[in-house]
Design a protein around this ligand. Sequence first.
Ligand SMILES: Nc1ncnc2c1ncn2[C@@H]1O[C@H](COP(=O)(O)OP(=O)(O)OP(=O)(O)O)[C@@H](O)[C@H]1O
Length: 249
Amino acid sequence: MKPFITLDNVTYQVGGHVIFDQLNMTLDEGKIYAVIGPSGVGKTTLLHLLAGFIKPAKGHMTIAGDEIRDVREKTSFLFQDLGLFPWQTAAEAVAMPLKMSKDRSKTDTDETVDHLLSSLNILNCKNYYPHQLSGGQKQRVALARTLITQPDLLLMDEPTSALDAMTKETIQQLFLDLQSERLMTSIFVTHDIEEAVFLGDDIIILHPQGHCQFLMNKEKQESLSRETKAFYDQCFYVREQLKLGASKA
Ligand SMILES: Nc1ncnc2c1ncn2[C@@H]1O[C@H](COP(=O)(O)OP(=O)(O)OP(=O)(O)O)[C@@H](O)[C@H]1O
């Protein structure tokens, strides 16, 4: 795997409060990274730095060898509130990022949207407005909208936190299927240890005071099944590491 993202001595502070002090990180291309850690530790801030929404006070950050100076075209962001507009149908919301590109015909855009909605099993909802969609369907529409531009980096902030347990599992599996079809690096923030262990190739634990711990996750597991002892052992291990970090703070 190639290094795709590098953070080199990144320092970030807000209102006199240091969130990251000389943070270093190398993330590989094509992997899924789960970011977990206590509330207020800086998980969303890390995503915002990577998205180019905010800039570090010191240090360097690169994606695909280029310094992050601004919001990149090839980075997509899935916000916690999904950002679906009440006046847009599912198909219109998903097509929106493509409409900004002038060199696409309407037929081409419609076909791409239908293909993606179909692969997320929501083609039947294409003319529905947000109030006509369930939580899981909204989540899929928002995911489709982030994927339509074929991003090489997908950043997601607690993507399944508002979903019930079964819908969450369906979306997680769909996400894994989509990720396996694309050359895309995904980084998602979660408070859910099981989600981090199920989805993350690696888990990044952010501890208080900006200490960052990497856990190789998937290669330690026998399978992706939640039913295995290895899965629960790994969840237990992540929980212990979080507790240990909190006790040192
Ligand atoms: N605009 C801001 N002004 C002042 N402080 C801020 C601002 N944005 C974030 N912070 C502070 O920065 C710290 C990190 O915030 P961040 O949202 O990244 O944490 P988090 O780990 O994602 O938390 P949570 O799990 O609760 O969502 C918090 O202490 C927060 O209060």
